[in-house]
Every structure is written in C-alpha cells, then in structure tokens.
Design a protein around this ligand. Structure first.
Ligand code: 1GP
Length: 240
C-alpha cells in the first residue's frame, strides 16, 4: 500500500497544497509533544516529518510513538542516517543526495538501511534530494561533505532533478538546508516543477505564510518547515 505517496501524487494533480512540520528529536523534548500537537490540530499542517542530521538512534522509536498517540496525521521519516528508522512511522523518504558526489549518501547509507527495511512494513518513497545553497553552511552540507548547488545554476538544478525522475525517484526534494538564510527561489521551483512530472517538495529557510504560498504558486506540492516552528511555536497558529 502506498497511501502516503498516493496522497502526495493526488495533491499534485488536484492542486491541494501540503504542509509538513519537521520535528527533530534532538531539538524537541518528548514531554513537549502533546502541547505542540494541540496547536497543530487547528493548523494547515498535513504531514509530520521526523528526522535530523545527528539524531541519536535510540530516541527515534519513543519519539515517533508519542507523536502517534497525539495525532492522526501521517508520520514520515526524513532520516539523516540509516539508523533513524522505526516501524512506528507510516512512511520513509528514502533519500539519495543526488546533488552531491559522495557515495556514502548516494547509495552506501541506503544499502545499510536494507537490513531493517526488508522486514518492515514502512512505506518506502524513493526521493531525490537536491541540496541548494541557502546562504550559509548547513548541517546537511557538513554531515554529507557535499557542496550545495548555487541558486544561480538553475539549469543544473533542473537537470539534476530530472535525472532523479529518470532514475525512478517518486519525489524531488529541493532543500536549502535547515535554518537557511535564503529559501529556494521561486524561479528554481518553477523551472523544476515545469520540467518534472513527479511532485516537488521544498524546504529550508521558509518562515512565513507568504514564502510558503510563493513556493506553492511556483509549483511546490509540499512545503516543509522546521526551524520557524521550533523557534516560535506560536507561529504554527499563523499557518492555520
Ligand atoms: C530542513 O527542509 C527542512 O531539512 C526544513 O528547513 O528548518 O529551515 O524550516 P527549516
């Protein structure tokens, strides 16, 4: 069953806009999950992403299980590492960092995840992950030891994303990096969305409703927000 992906695909085709909140177990305490989800209930948030660049593998299971008690929204793993996997979630963005040239994040981590995934019922969503310069060195860049593509290299970004689609990826994630100074430009989102037939996810540095709507208008099916919600939980209410 590919329930989570099917919904994203239908959203692309129907024009429905999806919003994921990214929760990093390193930054959010389990004890704060219930109060956070009471705010999320009345917001436009449609998905919960869980992951981070340096998350301790032992806390993932409990973290996701507590989220599950507090929401019916789909929980999607967005792991920085093959150890950040748990059956408690609904789906996994099976990421390959196709903008980089580090085999560790192109295929090595994915091979290591197989031991867990082969006996798992997690929905696996093959995702081409494209790191784009957000105006600062981000955690993804440091951990993956790869360089982001400059925002000016729109053609390279588009061809990289399209190569991802040709490789069979079901989603393309345009990532400016957590806490980016500049989110992915609408010019890039438009160019990529027009070229691709699969849904485009955009994240990194999006802090306002206006930025989110601009990303949707440019063609993003889903926007991911982490830092803005982490820094100020009341922001969630302005996204309702
Ligand atoms: C990071 O794209 C996500 O991987 C979200 O970024 O934390 O900047 O919202 P922010």
């Amino acid at each position: 069953m590919s329930k989570v992906y099917q919904h994203i695909l239908e959203a692309k085709n129907s024009g429905e806009k999806l919003l994921a909140i990214l929760l990093d177990p390193d930054k959010l305490k389990v004890s704060n999950i219930p109060s956070l989800f009471s705010k999320i209930k009345s917001s436009k948030i449609t998905h919960v992403f869980v992951g981070g660049s340096t998350v301790d593998e032992h806390i993932i299971e409990e973290f996701v299980s507590v989220i599950k008690i507090n929401t019916n929204l789909p929980i999607v793993l967005f792991p920085g590492d093959y150890k950040q996997l748990t059956e408690a979630a609904n789906a996994l963005l099976f990421l390959s960092l196709i903008s980089g040239r580090n085999p560790e994040y192109l295929i090595e981590q994915q091979i290591r995840a197989v031991e867990f995934l082969k006996d798992s019922s997690l929905e696996i969503i093959p995702t081409g992950y494209v790191l784009i310069d957000g105006g600062m060195e981000t955690a993804v860049q440091q951990v993956s030891e790869t360089l982001p593509i400059p925002q000016t290299e729109i053609e390279t970004i588009m061809t990289t994303a399209l190569a991802g689609e040709y490789l069979g990826k079901k989603l393309i994630y345009l990532e400016a990096g957590s806490g980016a100074l500049h989110s992915v430009s609408t010019k890039i989102i438009s160019k990529v969305s027009e070229a691709l037939s699969i849904p485009v996810i955009v994240g990194g540095g999006i802090k306002t409703v206006a930025q989110m709507n601009a990303a949707y208008s440019a063609g993003a099916t889903m926007v991911v927000i982490g830092t803005a919600f982490e820094e100020n939980h009341t922001t969630i209410e302005s996204f309702s």
